[in-house]
Design a protein around this ligand. Structure first.
Ligand code: FBP
Length: 545
């Protein structure tokens, strides 16, 4: 039983607009562009069947007869607003192509494919999730499909269900898995098309073919609303320093977008910290310098944004995390066998170099424990569980005490830790995400209908009006590179990080000194669904710049 608020009910009726080309699927034709042979031999070896596939664009063609399609869809990884609309788009496009087409939803992420647990997504189901946040229609999960046994289980499922297509809605890792699955299906002669859809609030699944991943727009607007409110509170109470950690794993796109929407006093950009090889002490120094400057002006409050990936970008801690990743992977049995945390700590310390051990021991016990938590299924440290905001507060407090004793700092420091995380991932999607996702579902359907596999559903020209958005199918292979993961060379989709030479970062760099001392705070308020276009159709700044 789902219970709806008045706004949720209202949003169920919102009809996303479609790009012109997608408005009548009976007259759309696929163009197979000239294929480009890439010269990465390691990748070619792994993808012998799919590495030469061409990019697909679409044009208006002649009216065509269509047969019904049977498609399975799965939501993979962290929630991102708009996922339900991709599924609604798939459903509407499939029914437009042929009313007897069927859409199945795999339950609880890729595990549903391995276990062959799915439900039929009927009109009644779809209609109660249109334009709604979350992934609760079918659930999500982080199970990977990459071992021979998993690939075989997936093959059995698609064959048993006689699927024409399998649509994987996921981030970089899930889409890498989609490419592996497509290659495997081709090798064993399975005809099911595997199509990816670019999802992640982190904004790091972006490249020459993907203007932006879905979910980023809504998440950044929800976080910006919270930050804007906190800024107002800070300005009113004039007594708190808010340390706000923001989701976004390795990339700081969310932090940068929110910064430009709200103008806080200080923002760390992980990519810059990594490039400058900044140490923890330097980061703390940057914060205390600002606090001292503000105290001289009798300002004892402020707001600092901390991307969750910052911890991994700090020079000595990043190196330590890499070492811990390797240790937790290669010594897993031994470490898991040690039940007492002290024994675990001691064993880990015995495996570190003296510098690494010094860094590890200098961290508060809670942070040390958080650094040792289980890695996610892709071998990543779970940065959302590391309380970097609290770590920085502790260290800043200590440093300010020292500065006070030396007579350099004459203020009061009252910190508040905050985390903008899970609440941004499942909010009601913005109009932009509703429309983008709905159209992505249409493009994915067209790719299944074209019979291709190993492709990503893409829409280009997103900064232009919707009518002009340009649907494309791009071989996922074109986005891959070889990286070292869990001690092995693996093909993965290139992550898009903040470009420190790009206009977006430069815009922030040109104003950040001013933000430190003058309170230029802005409060963007909640996402607007109705009203003038300059409020309802606002696109992400990182897309427009
Ligand atoms: P995806 O990369 O799967 O889209 O997930 C993004 C994210 O929200 C990150 O911002 C965050 O670090 C992580 O998921 C949290 O993961 P979990 O849901 O497993 O706690």
């Amino acid at each position: 039983m789902i219970s709806f608020s008045p706004l949720q009910i209202h949003r169920l009726k919102y009809q996303p607009q479609l790009p012109l080309l997608l408005q009548d699927l009976s007259v759309i034709a696929a163009n197979f562009e000239k294929s480009i042979c890439l010269s990465d031999s390691a990748l070619q070896e792994q993808f012998p069947q799919t590495f030469q596939q061409p990019i697909i664009t679409f044009r208006r063609g002649n009216k065509k007869e269509a047969t019904p399609l049977k498609v399975g869809v799965v939501l993979s990884g962290g929630q991102a607003p708009g996922g339900h609309n991709v599924i609604a788009g798939l459903f509407d496009a499939l029914k437009q192509i042929h009313p007897e087409s069927i859409l199945l939803g795999f339950l609880d992420g890729p595990l549903g494919i391995l276990k062959n647990t799915s439900i039929e997504l009927t009109k009644m189901v779809i209609d109660s999730y249109r334009n709604q946040g979350g992934f609760d229609m079918i659930g999500s999960g982080r199970t990977k499909i990459e071992t021979p046994a998993q690939l075989e289980a997936a093959m059995l499922t698609v064959q048993t269900l006689a699927l024409d297509g399998l649509v994987i809605i996921g981030g970089d890792d899930s889409n890498t898995n989609a490419a592996i699955l497509a290659e495997y299906f081709k090798q064993v002669g399975v005809k099911t098309s595997v199509i990816g859809v670019p999802k992640t609030i982190d904004g790091d699944l972006k490249n020459e073919f993907i203007d932006i991943s879905f979910g980023f727009d809504t998440a950044s607007k929800i976080y910006a609303e919270c930050i804007g409110n906190i800024l107002k509170d800070a300005l009113s109470a004039k007594k708190y320093y808010h340390f706000i950690k923001l989701m976004g794993r390795s990339a700081s796109h969310l932090a940068l977008e929110c910064a430009l929407l709200t103008h806080p006093n200080l923002v760390f950009i992980s990519e810059e910290v990594a490039e400058k090889k900044q140490t923890l002490q330097e980061i703390v120094g940057q914060i205390t310098t600002m606090i001292c400057k503000r105290a001289e002006k009798n300002l004892h409050y402020g707001v600092i944004l901390i991307p969750e990936g910052l911890i991994e970008s700090i020079s000595e801690i990043g190196a330590l995390i890499q070492k811990l990743n390797e240790l937790l992977f290669s010594h897993s049995e031994k470490i898991e066998g040690l039940l007492i945390t002290e024994e675990k700590d001691n064993y880990i310390i015995s495996q570190l170099t003296s510098n690494e051990a010094k860094t590890f021991l200098a961290l508060p016990k809670e942070v040390r424990d958080q650094l040792l938590l289980e890695r996610d299924s892709h071998g990543n440290v779970q940065v959302s569980k590391i309380e970097t905001e609290r770590l920085l507060i502790k260290l800043v407090e200590k440093e300010l005490k020292r500065l006070k004793q030396e007579g350099i700092y004459k203020g009061t420091f009252s910190p508040q830790p905050q985390f903008c995380g899970y609440e941004g991932r499942s909010g009601l999607p913005s109009n932009f995400d509703c429309q983008y996702c709905y159209a992505l579902g249409f493009v994915a359907t067209l790719l299944v209908q074209s019979g291709v596999t190993g492709y990503m559903s893409c829409l280009k020209k997103l900064s232009e009006p919707i009518e002009r958005w340009s649907p494309m199918g791009v071989p996922i292979y074109r986005m891959l590179q070889i990286e070292k993961r869990q001690g092995k060379q693996k093909s993965v989709i290139r992550k898009f990080l903040v470009d420190l030479q790009g206009p977006f970062f430069k815009q922030y760099a040109s104003v950040r000194d001013q933000w430190q001392i003058t309170d230029d705070y802005r409060s963007p308020g909640p996402i607007q669904f109705e009203g003038p276009k300059n409020l309802t159709e606002v696109k992400p700044l990182s897309l427009l710049l």
